[in-house]
Write a protein that binds this ligand. Structure first.
Ligand code: MRU
Length: 354
């Protein structure tokens, strides 16, 4: 494994000539550090759909940079023509993955720039779009740091933390959300014992979370998803920290498949279960978790991917939802950059936007 990999802040960036988005190909980690250069709408769609860039905030940042790059390729001086072509690209990129709201959130912000500046030249609009995508990225770094500070108030030196999937710097910009308090605490001399669920079927916990924590010198133990109950029963877990892809107005939270099972177990063992994420992941248009669209992915991710030979009979039926919804009643607190929401979530979440 390449020990020289540095991931803070450079997992998603604009190329120097501003004509491409450069991404760390997360599908290649932890074995090699490879970058992909994205210049076309199809390349951006594939990078998101194939999880080369993944994690709700990182997808949003990549989409913002991407739509800026694509806008620069639109050949017209006419505003209406520009807007029409911009919207077509936006709709296409937005359809690459349905669950993480940060994707449409970031694209809507970029579209807002175009809509609010119809009196300006295309050249000026492009300059404003560049500013906006850089702001989205910078704001994410600030939000992750604030989330990390708030999250750190919930744990103490020596605690055992269980996490699911990957909500670290790779999934965001810097620090991450669920891993943020652990990375920040480590910088301040605190020690934690982290248990990382491998996160079937795409192994974000094994490949990315254990990699990021290992690199930061944090004590991390990889477990299979079905071992969470055992480590909780053993008394090794003081809190669960997970990320989120979309939070409904009532606190129901979509996150990587398997998260709700962790929350149910945590409740059984009286372990606090915290969701950590920026307010950009809250979708007030979703009344509750039933309104959240869950991405279904191809069977071969379960039956064949990562195995030398297929691990299931050819053609066997597979059900492969990428996310599940954790009921708000199982969530002890939702940690945002603006503070920690506690039940009742409908009130505490609404208060964040007042
Ligand atoms: O399918 P993925 O890898 O994009 O799923 C990622 C997660 O579920 C993360 O927990 C979530 O996006 C939060 S990342 C800060």
């Amino acid at each position: 494994m390449d020990k020289t990999i540095t991931i803070n802040g450079d997992n998603v960036k604009l190329s120097e000539d501003k004509k491409a988005v450069i991404l760390i190909d997360q599908t290649k980690l932890p074995n090699s550090l490879e970058y992909v250069t994205v210049q076309t709408a199809e390349e951006l769609f594939d990078a998101i759909f194939l999880l080369k860039v993944r994690g709700a905030p990182a997808i949003g940042i990549a989409a913002a940079y991407g739509i800026y790059v694509l806008a620069g390729q639109i050949e017209t001086d006419n505003y209406e023509d520009f807007l029409d072509k911009f919207r077509k690209q936006k709709a296409y990129i937005s359809s690459s993955r349905p669950t993480a709201v940060n994707l449409s959130w970031a694209l809507n912000r970029m579209e807002g720039i175009v809509l609010n500046n119809s009196d300006k030249s295309i050249f000026e609009i492009l300059a404003l779009l560049e500013k906006e995508c850089l702001s989205i990225h910078e704001e994410d770094m600030a939000m992750c740091l604030a989330i990390s500070e708030h999250g750190l108030t919930l744990i103490k030196d020596g605690d055992g933390i269980l996490t699911h999937c990957n909500a670290g710097p790779l999934a965001t910009s810097k620090y991450g959300t669920a891993l943020g308090p652990l990375l920040l605490g480590k910088e301040r001399g605190m020690e934690f014992r982290v248990f990382a669920d491998e996160t079937r079927p795409l192994l974000q916990g094994a490949r990315l979370t254990s990699f990021e924590l290992n690199q930061a010198g944090i004590d991390v133990t990889l477990i299979c998803d079905n071992m969470a109950a055992m480590v909780m029963k053993n008394g090794w877990i003081n809190a669960c920290f997970v990320g989120c892809d979309r939070i409904a107005a009532n606190g129901d939270t979509a996150n990587k498949i398997g998260t709700s099972a962790v929350a149910i177990l945590a409740k059984h063992y009286s372990i606090p279960f915290y969701v950590l994420g920026p307010t950009s992941t809250i979708d007030l248009n979703c009344e509750n978790g039933d309104d959240i669209e869950i991405e279904l992915r191809v069977p071969r991710e379960i039956s064949e991917k990562f195995y030398v030979q297929p691990m299931a009979p050819t053609g066997v039926k597979c059900y492969n939802p990428a996310f599940d919804v954790t009921d708000h009643s199982l969530i002890t607190g939702i940690v945002t950059e603006k503070g920690i929401c506690r039940p009742p979530y409908r009130e505490s979440i609404a208060a964040l936007f007042r």
